[in-house]
Design a protein around this ligand. Structure first.
Ligand code: F6P
Ligand code: MG
Length: 481
């Protein structure tokens, strides 16, 4: 079912899989250990503490196995049916060890493995070991959050007054402005992905803040290597026109989410904009069901985000432990800022309450394999996605899964690399991806070679280093129906 090309492997010194397995995975497991340990320390339920210590020991064992290149062992049955699929694939792969294994499978296995330690417990079943990190980084993106909140309120207010006033003076001008706004919203949403927590092992908070402002976004436009947004806009406009002429009343846009915090915030900016601008009537969000790749959205992250917006002063002005330690006092929000955040909360919670903004978890998203398998292995999900005018896949991991995380020639058309999800599949797919791995498709001939020659691009080392840092992005569209 997967593409017939070699998958990226943790044994390949030229792949980003190599440092990922040797440096980043141990750091990620250590962070999970520290977090659990901290919770153990602050809880007064002895039974929970005991269990917590056991989980810490299991995670430490896992870290040892990764670092000492031990074999991957079958995942314990924790009552969820996906364990069987993981273990079956592990068996088919033959005995494999951590540092000589297919990257995509092994990384999914890592997070699935970690989650069993919690699910198999009594007191930690739904514990999100990455929640602290997620909320902390969200808080530290405050400048960008505030900037966007002001922009969002402004544009939604404008959209409303536009709707009320009849035909505007210059229609062409208006149409150009609408198209530009669509592009801006999608690009905000795209770059929100540049800053996920699994890469945070190498980025500082200052780096993150720099990546998130609007000036940074304008600068970054030249870093979008493929930009299919004009086609996507025409497609959504055409669907709206059809529905005005008696076609489908419901026009759904789905977003297969990636990270929580700032990225989820910008996903909601996009979702809210699409609804307000009449480019969609419903937006369905697809979160993960277990703590995943550190920062991915769980249903609880959606609730925490709305909560933070509902009480912005409490969220931003209450000193954190770290503030206390450093004797820092968080800056107060101005009334205007608090008002803008409250506006977002009202808008988004109303959409949510009225069923226009829906959260739809599915354990398929935390499976081990590429999305090439979905039509055969997740028929219901695929049928559901076909109902949408557009399915947006956010982020790096989703992109790797769409194209199978194999060594495609980078000039392969995106539509080919999607395999069974390409043209004819009934799915209209938009990938908004900042590049944080090796695989990339849809480039012009010679472009990869040129990028390799840029500073830090990999040169003649054989490694496609330019694609590892989130600096470059691809926005690729495939019309499947
Ligand atoms: O570690 C593997 C990886 O896919 C990276 O390549 C990437 O940095 C990270 O996980 C997840 O990125 P994203 O949150 O954009 O899917
Ligand atoms: Mg992620």
């Amino acid at each position: 079912l997967d593409p017939k090309l070699p998958p990226y492997s943790t044994a390949d010194p030229t792949s980003f899989a190599w440092p990922t397995a040797r440096e980043r995975w141990p750091v990620i497991i250590t962070q999970a250990i520290d977090d659990t340990y901290r919770t153990v320390g602050s809880c007064d339920d002895a039974a929970k503490q005991e269990e917590g210590k056991k989980i810490v020991a299991e995670l430490a064992r896992l870290k040892y196995e990764v670092q000492h290149d031990r074999p991957l062992t079958p995942i314990r049955d924790d009552g969820y049916p996906d364990v069987a699929g993981y273990n079956k694939e592990l068996e088919q792969l033959g005995p494999i060890t951590w540092l000589n294994a297919p990257w995509l499978f092994t990384e999914c296995y890592l997070f699935r493995r970690m989650s069993t330690s919690f699910t198999l417990s009594t007191h930690w079943k739904n514990y999100d070991v990455f929640a602290r990190q997620k909320i902390k980084t969200f808080r530290s993106s405050r400048p960008a959050v505030l900037e966007l909140a002001a922009r969002y309120k402004d544009l939604v207010t404008q959209l409303r007054s536009q709707k009320q006033s009849a035909a505007t003076a210059d229609q062409q001008q208006q149409e150009d402005a609408d198209a530009l706004l669509f592009t801006e919203m999608c690009e905000v949403c795209l770059w929100g992905n540049a800053t996920d927590l699994s890469l945070l092992t190498s980025l500082t908070y200052e780096d993150i803040q720099k990546l998130q402002g609007s000036e940074a976004r304008r600068q970054a436009e030249k870093n979008i290597l493929i930009n299919d947004l004009p086609q996507v806009y025409s497609h959504l406009r055409a669907a709206a026109a059809k529905s005005a002429n008696g076609g489908n009343k419901e026009r759904r846009v789905d977003i297969v989410l990636d990270n929580a915090g700032f990225e989820l915030y910008v996903d909601l900016v996009l979702a809210g904009y699409l609804l307000s601008a009449g480019l969609a009537t419903t937006v369905v969000l697809h979160p993960k069901s277990i703590p995943w790749f550190v920062s991915d959205v769980l249903p609880g992250d959606f609730a925490s985000l709305l909560n933070a917006l509902a009480n912005p002063r409490a969220f931003y002005e209450t000193p954190t432990d770290e503030d206390e330690l450093q004797g820092r006092k968080p800056e107060k929000l101005t009334d205007a800022q608090a008002g803008e955040l409250a506006f977002l909360f009202e808008e988004w919670s109303r959409f949510h309450a009225e069923g226009q903004l829906v959260l739809r978890p599915n354990r398929v998203w935390t499976g081990p394999g590429s999305f090439w398998r979905l039509p055969a292995e997740a028929k219901e999900l695929v049928e559901d996605l076909k109902q949408a005018e557009l399915v947006v896949f956010k982020g790096d991991l989703n992109y790797r899964k769409l194209v199978g995380d194999v060594a495609w020639d980078p000039t392969t058309p995106f539509t080919d690399a999607l395999g069974p999800l390409g043209p004819g599949s009934g799915l209209n797919i938009l990938a908004l991806r900042t590049c944080k791995a090796d695989v990339v498709v849809g480039l012009k001939p010679g472009e990869d070679e040129k990028l390799r020659q840029t500073e830090g691009g990999g040169g003649d080392s054989g490694a496609r280093k330019w694609a590892w840092s989130g600096k470059w992005a691809v926005v690729s569209f495939s019309k499947g129906k």
